[in-house]
Design a protein around this ligand. Structure first.
Ligand code: GRF
Length: 211
């Protein structure tokens, strides 16, 4: 039984999708804790109602980033996770945290990486005139939003899209690909080949939606 800890900062809809898939598909895994850097994160309530342990490590209580990272790492390690899943976790984690959880730290980013790392991805995709957009689940490394890619989703950018319409279309696919990626980790379904993460049985690591 693999132990999963999920870190959130807000709504937690990706966290919800992972918890639901884990239960519905009877993964050999359990989401043992949901942690947030924001006490007001609404996803915490949902997790607690579901009987999942929750905790807050409020970044505002720490003057230095490294000290926050250490407190967060300790809170995470209390749950002895096999996998740490960043799901809308809006703090950049320092290299000490990343190294401590190397190889078992996943993130989802709402763009087709390596395009548009960082914030405001949908606005930037619209401004650039992109005709497709999407989301990426990747292994977290010390380079922000640049780790090895696990799975990506692609959606069309439609002529009348604004930021929120595009975000909603991408988010719907995040809820598909993030549970898929976590499940692959739980099942040890991925392997390294030539520095890339491949599915052992060649399952597609890209999905399209809305075309
Ligand atoms: C998602 O779009 C995620 O990709 C981004 O922030 C959003 C979080 O949404 N990093 P939620 O908290 O999972 O609902």
């Amino acid at each position: 039984m693999k132990r999963i800890v999920i870190l959130i900062s807000g709504r937690g809809s990706n966290m919800e999708a992972i918890v639901r898939a884990c239960e519905a598909e009877r993964w050999s895994a359990q989401v043992v804790a949901v942690l947030s850097n924001r006490p007001e994160a609404s996803g915490l309530r949902w997790a607690a109602q579901r009987g999942i342990a929750t905790a807050v490590v409020d970044h505002r209580a720490y003057a230095q980033r490294e000290v926050f990272d250490l407190a967060l790492a300790q809170a995470v390690d209390l749950h002895a996770p096999d996998l740490v899943v960043l799901a809308g976790f809006m703090r950049v984690l320092g290299s000490a945290f990343v190294r401590r959880h190397a190889g078992r730290l996943l993130n989802i980013h709402p763009s087709l990486l390596p395009a548009f790392p960082g914030l405001h991805t949908h606005r930037r995709a619209l401004e650039a005139g992109c005709k497709v957009a999407g989301a990426t689940v990747h292994v977290v490394t010390e380079a922000l939003d640049h780790g090895p890619i696990v799975i990506q989703s692609v959606v069309p950018v439609l002529p009348d899209d604004d930021e929120s319409a595009l975000a909603a279309r991408v988010l719907a696919t995040e809820h598909r690909i993030y549970p898929q990626a976590v499940r692959w980790f739980v099942e040890d379904a991925l392997e390294w080949q030539d520095g890339r993460l491949r599915h052992r049985l060649a399952q597609p690591q890209g999905v399209t939606s809305g075309f």
